[in-house]
Design a protein around this ligand. Sequence first.
Ligand code: ASP
Length: 331
Amino acid sequence: MLRRNFLKFLGLSSGSVLMSTSCNNKLDAKKNTLDEFGTIDNKPVIVSTWKHGLEANEAAWTVIDQGGSALDAVEKGVMVTESDPKNTSVGIGGTPDRDGNVTLDACIMNHEGDCGAVAFLKEIENPIAVARLVMEKTPHVMLVGKGAQEFAVQQGFKRKNLLTESSRKAWEEWKKVEEYTTPINIENHDTISMLAIDKDGNMSGACTTSGLGYKMHGRVGDSPIIGASLFVDNEVGGACATGVGEMVIRVVGSHLVVELMRQGYKPELACKMAVERIISKHKSVKGMQVGFLALNKNGESGGYAIYEGFNFAKHTKSGNELIDTPFFHKW
Ligand code: ASP
């Protein structure tokens, strides 16, 4: 990989033009008050990123329907996606790094503000379950690499090869060009992040990914970073992210969305404002997608993306549906 291409990929090349956004947020009429949070009975509710969220939501809904916690629901929900070898952006079958290693990142957060994460984890199919055990069984928030893998094995997880034949073939093809040209955040090619409110009104969230395809070896994105890819405050709501992790980290995106909801902004508007922040803090966002998804304590949800095409799955008592989010730019 040429450094020039990597910089281009990250949108950091000099001379790039700031894409304009003319967003006039008319906010006051749409604001929540803090007293209102939790008083509307929209629970249970589950939201998750992308079309693969539909299947993950079904598993999560079963947990909640049977009286399980939001924490159990988000863990079991995203594990469906992690264990799907056809999904090339999460868990087994995930697109490898430029050297052919599948390295996984995940984090989880519960209604008490407890959180756990793993990063650069190899050969373990369900990093979200390991992240939960980091939260529950260690005094730490994050374990990475070999240490995370050793911890997983101690906890009974089996090591396995996560590079499927089709992902290996696609990587062989990519090596002929060695450019970061993989379209990102196109349907069914991305991180799954999930937020859920259970019957008791408690919220948890989870995020898991194999990260950007053909990334540099050792690269870790936003997905295992609490506050970047995921943040939950049980008094206010939760938010999660998908897309180019570097851009999300720079604005601590999910925490930003939750803090905007704390100020009263509705989920969709809070996500829009966070996307605007990303756009304003980067010289260029050309060709780079970020999408935020948020759920407030009232069970209201919404998302926003830089580019067209981001959607999320929402499961309530009335069913499971895929919702397209608004965006700033067409591809
Ligand atoms: N956010 C992930 C990362 O940067 C990738 C994605 O969502 O597509 O690793």
